[in-house]
Design a protein around this ligand. Structure first.
Ligand SMILES: NC(=O)c1ccc[n+]([C@@H]2O[C@H](COP(=O)([O-])OP(=O)(O)OC[C@H]3O[C@@H](n4cnc5c(N)ncnc54)[C@H](OP(=O)(O)O)[C@@H]3O)[C@@H](O)[C@H]2O)c1
Length: 165
């Protein structure tokens, strides 16, 4: 069993134990999710075997099948890297990254929103909806992120973001 499948199995096991005991189970999961996919094979500070904090295919499909669970997505703005691409780390060095960044910028230009706002709207309105847990270091950054709540992507814009790879 891969490390990420093992993670889904442990969540399911904890929920089963809680249900059998008549206790509340997990209702909210906090994991790393953003628009750009991340490599999960690189060692990170807490996970020498690779990043198990990222919402990969296993967890995304689990959340899709269990809509009563709420996903809180931490570091959705990749610590400011959408606005400052020089901050993009090696974990985003994937073949799909240039196409996804191009789609993101195209939708931002079309909507008049910032790339950060498009990322947040994409996360909130996706088929695996997430509550973004954003960070900010100025009131302007906070206001920019909050305004993403009012940005509704059209089905065409969402499709262009989803299919870019
Ligand atoms: N559960 C976990 O394991 C876990 C792990 C990581 C984080 N978290 C939590 O998640 C929350 C957010 O984490 P994060 O700070 O990594 O989130 P993030 O939203 O990905 O990054 C926030 C940073 O992005 C930059 N930024 C924000 N708005 C911007 C804008 N409009 N333009 C340009 N740059 C912008 C700022 O950096 P500058 O200051 O450089 O401008 C800001 O500090 C925190 O509360 C943290 O505790 C949880």
């Amino acid at each position: 069993m891969g490390a990420s499948n093992h993670r889904t199995w442990r969540i399911e096991r904890a929920r089963s134990i809680a249900a059998a005991a008549g206790l509340p189970g997990y209702e909210v999961l906090q994991y790393h999710r953003s628009y750009l996919p991340s490599r999960v094979d690189l060692p990170v500070e807490l996970d020498p075997d690779g990043d198990v904090g990222w919402v990969g295919p296993d967890l995304a499909s689990y959340l899709r099948a269990e809509p009563q669970l709420t996903l809180v997505a931490y570091s959705p703005l990749l610590k400011g890297a959408y606005a400052r691409p020089e901050r993009l780390g090696a974990e985003y060095d994937l073949p799909s990254t240039p196409a996804r960044l191009a789609a993101l910028h195209a939708v931002a230009a079309e909507t008049g929103a910032t790339v950060n706002q498009v990322v947040l709207a994409w996360l909130m309105g996706g088929d695996v909806p997430a509550i973004p847990l954003v960070g900010f270091s100025s009131v302007a950054q906070l206001e920019e992120s909050l305004a993403a709540v009012d940005l509704e992507l059209t089905p065409e814009q969402r499709a262009s973001l989803d299919t870019a790879r």
